[in-house]
Write a protein that binds this ligand. Structure first.
Ligand SMILES: [Zn+2]
Ligand SMILES: [Zn+2]
Length: 403
């Protein structure tokens, strides 16, 4: 069997004492809420077999893979030794170990007979050997009630590549044709293939943010204002997309000076460091008391920032939306009158089905420049070190592994 190098996360099944296992927690293998079950996360560079493909799958030579906030949380134990990642985690196939990584791009090197047969029927050969591709990480079943309604991100039995199925921090990864998108049309946009592969690792995070801002929250009209909380890769993606939508002011709230500057580079018009100034007062001043149409929370601090947003809802113009996107803990106390009186709303979002082609088109059209968010390229061997550095280092935008 042929081998490849990969980044593996090793885990120990040890549910917290007061935690009751649910229907989708599979002993020793898969947890629906990782941080309630998995202990002692350890990251290692390993040699693993190259994945074998099914008829509807393609084998991809990975060219680039981004490090996501969730990768950092999965590999980072809390004070009790449990992983910090609160969502689907483990490995439905192999107990206690998984190849992580889900923000990847690469080239097809092997293609299943099922894909070939299907493409023959459509008369379009979208995927062949050497086609550059990305693959979405939410693997929906296609059979459950939610999938039948087209709500793939809410699939009742979904898996996630890099979270519960082996991922792409590896020399090779595989994906089903249902998850694959061709990057062929992007080639003329980039000076080199390498640059294209690095930039397109941002398609996954951009797609998640796009779905939250547009499909879930309804977007905004040109000329309206927006606030983004958190200047990591998700927050930066939100800044870029809000600017592309025609927002007048895009106000970025972030404590890291480096990330505030990155925010400015991707389109933020105003920067607020909450350690240095009062968020409520500053947003009102910048927006001439009208507040923002959209408040996008990407830092996982919704419960901490909420009191300021609550006051902004009350003081600003009606029909504002607070979008919860960053995973976090804590609870928000929402007063009935804030929402009743202002027609404002709180919405949450995860996943990104159905929007990938639009992100690819935004990059093709030069509307979003993903390169501006990438601050460092590293090797696979350097990845364990960087998964640790990024726990506390908040100067970087997106860090990308290249092969
Ligand atoms: Zn991600
Ligand atoms: Zn389903």
């Amino acid at each position: 069997m042929e081998k490849m190098k990969a980044i593996k996360l090793f885990l120990e099944w040890n549910p917290r004492k007061d935690f009751n296992l649910g229907l989708r927690d599979i002993g020793g293998r898969r947890a629906q809420s990782g941080n309630q079950i998995w202990k002692n996360p350890q990251i290692e560079v390993v040699t693993a077999p190259i994945p074998e493909i099914k008829p509807t799958e393609a084998l991809i030579k990975v060219k680039a893979c981004g490090i996501c906030g969730s990768d950092i949380l999965m590999a980072w134990p809390d004070e009790q030794g449990y992983t910090r990642y609160p969502y689907i985690m483990g490995n439905s196939q192999t107990p206690g170990e998984i190849i992580i990584g889900h923000e990847f791009s690469g080239k097809i090197v092997k293609i299943g007979q099922g894909i070939k047969a299907f493409q023959k029927k459509t008369g379009k050969e979208v995927f062949k050997i050497d086609t550059p591709v990305v693959a979405q990480c939410v693997i929906s079943c296609g059979l459950c009630e939610m999938c039948k309604e087209g709500k793939f991100d809410c699939c009742l039995v979904n898996e996630e590549r890099g979270f519960s199925v082996d991922g792409a921090m590896a020399e090779y990864a595989k994906a089903d044709i249902r998850e694959l998108y061709s990057l062929e049309d992007l080639k003329p946009q980039f000076a080199s293939e390498k640059k294209m592969f690095v930039a397109t690792t941002l398609i996954e995070p951009l797609a998640g943010v796009y779905k939250a801002l547009i499909n879930v929250a309804g977007g905004l009209l040109p000329g309206e204002n927006a606030v983004v909380i958190g200047g990591g890769p998700m927050g930066l993606s939100a800044v870029a997309l809000l600017k592309a939508m025609g927002a007048s002011k895009v106000i970025l709230i972030e404590i890291s000076k480096e990330r505030l500057l990155l925010g400015k580079k991707v389109g933020a018009t105003n920067l607020i460091n909450p350690n240095e100034s009062d968020v409520y007062g500053e947003v009102l001043k910048i927006t001439h008391n009208s507040g923002a149409k959209i408040y996008f929370e990407a830092a996982g601090i919704a419960s901490r920032i909420w009191p300021a947003i609550d006051k902004l809802f009350q003081k600003g113009e009606p029909e504002s939306k607070f979008i919860l996107f960053g995973h976090g803990s804590g609870e928000m106390r929402v007063s009935h009158e804030t929402l009743i009186g202002t027609y404002s709303s709180l919405v949450g979002s995860h996943g990104h089905s159905g929007v990938w082609r639009n992100i690819i088109r935004l990059i093709e059209g030069g509307v979003v420049d993903a390169h501006k968010m990438i601050t460092r390229e590293i090797t696979l061997e350097e990845t364990p070190k960087w998964l640790e550095i990024l726990q506390t280092n908040k100067e970087q935008g997106k860090v990308v592994i290249t092969f």
